[in-house]
Design a binder for this molecule. Structure first.
Ligand SMILES: Cc1cc2nc3c(=O)[nH]c(=O)nc-3n(C[C@H](O)[C@H](O)[C@H](O)COP(=O)(O)O)c2cc1C
Ligand SMILES: CCCCCCC(=O)C(=O)O
Length: 392
C-alpha cells in the first residue's frame, strides 16, 4: 500500500517542531500521558473514570507495572550516525509502520460518544493495528467500517458457548480482521474496589454487548429478541460470558476454528508460555491486564524476559501493561518484545479529545520512541537487543 504512513528519517524532530510552533494556540492538546490523564479525569464522571483507571484490590500490580520500568535502565550508545531512523517492524508476516498496537479496551461508549470508532480511525490513519474488544460498544463490523483498510485484530473473550465463539470468529474473519487475540486472564472480573464502591458495571447498563446482541448464535439462545427484552439479553450475556472453566482444551478448540493467526493475551508465567506454544498459537502477549485482575501479581515487564526465554523465538512475543512513553517501548523491545500494546493512555486521550486526541497521543508516543532510539544509537527495530538495557 503506497499510502501507508511511515515514521522514518527525522520524524521525532518534525513532531517536536510542530509542538513548538503550536505555542499560543487556544486549542493546544497535551503532550504527556500525565496531562491527558488529568484532562480525562476532568471530563469523566466517577463511574467511568474509575472503571478505566482502577486496578484490582489495592492497586499493587498497577503500581508494580510502572515501578518495573524504573528498574530497567537504557544504556545509550554514541557516535553511530542515527540521522536516518525507521520505526517499522515485521509482525506476523506484515510490515507495520511502528511496533505499537492499540490494546483491546472494552466499553468505550462510557468514555466518548464515538466509542471505538474514534480510536479505530486514529489507528487506521497511522497504520497501527487496532485490536477490537469482544465487549466493544460498536459491533466488530461497525469498527471495521470505520477503519477502511486499516489493520485490525479481533480480541476474543472465551465464552461458555462454543457456537457463539465460532460465530464471532467467523464474523471477524468476514470483516477483515487479520489476527485473533484470545484473552485468558479475565475469565472472571477481578476484585475492583473502586467499581464495587461505585456499584458501577457498564455491562449491567447494557453497554459493551453490541457484538453479542448482533450475533445470530447468541440471539438463537434468547427466548425473546433483545429489542423486546433487553434485561433478559443482558442476563443471558453475563451467564455465557463469564467463563472460569476455560482450559487449554478450549484454547485448542478456538485455534482449530480459524485460519487467522492466534495470539494468547494475559500470559506472565513461562510454563503457560510453553503450553501456549505447544497449543499451536502464533503469538503471546505478556500482560497482567494493566493490573486490573490480580492484586499483587508480578509486574508485566518483570515477567517478559522469562517468557521470551521460554518461547525461544518459536512465536512472536508482544507486551502490554504500563507503556506510557517512548523509553518504555524501547525497554520492552530490548527485553525481547516484538511490539507493544498501548492501553489506558489512548483511553485518556479519547475521553479528552476524541479521535484527534488519540491520533495526537499516538504520534507523540512514536516521536518520543524515535528520538529515544536515535539518542540510544539505534536506527531500527532490528538493531535493538538486550545490550541496550541494564537492571538496577
Ligand atoms: C477500561 C479498560 C478495559 C479493558 N478491556 C479489555 C478487553 O475488553 N479485553 C482485553 O483483552 N483487555 C482489556 N483491557 C486490558 C488492556 O488490553 C491492556 O492489557 C491494559 O490496558 C494494559 O495496561 P495499561 O493500560 O495500564 O498499560 C482493558 C483495559 C482497560 C483499562
Ligand atoms: C468478565 C470479564 C469482563 C471484562 C470486561 C472488559 C475488561 O477486560 C476489563 O478489564 O474491564
Amino acid at each position: 500500500m503506497s499510502s501507508l504512513p511511515s515514521f522514518q528519517g527525522n520524524f521525532g524532530l518534525q513532531a517536536q517542531v510542530e509542538i513548538y510552533l503550536s505555542a499560543g494556540q487556544a486549542q493546544r492538546l497535551p503532550v504527556s500521558v500525565d496531562r491527558w490523564r488529568e484532562r480525562a479525569r476532568a471530563v469523566l464522571p466517577d463511574g467511568p473514570w474509575w472503571y478505566v483507571e482502577g486496578g484490582a484490590g489495592g492497586g499493587a500490580t498497577m503500581a508494580a507495572n510502572r515501578q518495573a520500568f524504573d528498574r530497567w535502565r537504557l544504556r545509550p550508545r554514541m557516535l553511530r550516525d542515527v540521522a536516518q531512523r525507521d520505526l517499522s517492524t515485521e509482525l506476523l508476516g506484515r510490515r507495520l509502520p511502528a511496533p505499537v498496537l492499540l490494546a483491546p479496551v472494552g466499553v468505550l461508549s462510557v468514555v466518548h460518544g464515538e466509542a471505538e470508532r474514534a480510536p479505530a480511525r486514529a489507528a487506521a490513519r497511522l497504520g497501527l493495528p487496532f485490536i477490537a474488544s469482544t465487549v466493544s460498544s460498536v459491533t466488530l463490523e461497525g469498527i471495521a467500517e470505520a477503519m477502511g483498510d486499516g489493520p485490525r485484530w479481533f480480541q476474543l473473550y472465551p465464552a461458555r458457548d462454543r457456537e457463539i465463539m465460532a460465530s464471532l470468529i467467523r464474523r471477524a474473519e468476514a470483516a477483515g480482521y487479520e489476527a485473533l487475540v484470545v484473552t485468558v486472564d479475565t475469565t472472571m472480573l477481578g476484585w475492583r474496589e473502586h467499581d464495587l464502591e461505585n456499584a458501577y458495571l457498564p455491562f449491567l447498563l447494557g453497554e459493551g454487548i453490541a457484538n453479542y446482541l448482533s450475533d445470530p448464535a447468541f440471539r438463537a439462545r434468547l427466548p425473546r429478541p433483545p429489542e423486546e427484552d433487553r434485561e433478559g439479553a443482558i442476563l443471558q450475556f453475563l451467564q455465557v460470558f463469564v467463563n472460569p472453566s476455560f482450559t487449554w482444551d478450549e484454547l485448542a478448540f478456538i485455534r482449530g476454528q480459524t485460519r487467522l493467526p492466534v495470539l494468547v493475551k494475559g500470559i506472565t508465567h513461562p510454563g503457560d508460555a510453553r503450553q501456549a506454544v505447544e497449543c499451536g498459537v502464533q503469538g503471546i502477549i505478556v500482560s497482567n491486564h494493566g493490573g486490573r485482575q490480580v492484586d499483587g501479581a508480578v509486574a508485566a515487564l518483570d515477567a517478559l524476559p522469562e517468557v521470551v526465554e521460554a518461547v525461544a523465538g518459536r512465536v512472536a512475543v508482544l507486551f502490554d501493561s504500563g507503556i506510557r512513553r517512548g523509553a518504555d517501548v524501547l525497554k520492552a523491545l530490548a527485553l525481547g518484545a516484538r511490539a507493544v500494546l498501548v492501553g489506558r493512555p489512548y483511553v485518556y486521550a479519547l475521553a479528552a479529545a476524541g479521535e484527534a486526541g488519540v491520533a495526537r497521543l499516538l504520534r507523540h508516543l512514536l516521536a518520543d520512541l524515535d528520538l529515544t532510539m536515535g539518542l540510544c544509537g539505534v536506527r531500527s527495530a532490528a538493531e535493538i537487543d538486550g545490550s541496550l538495557v541494564t537492571r538496577v
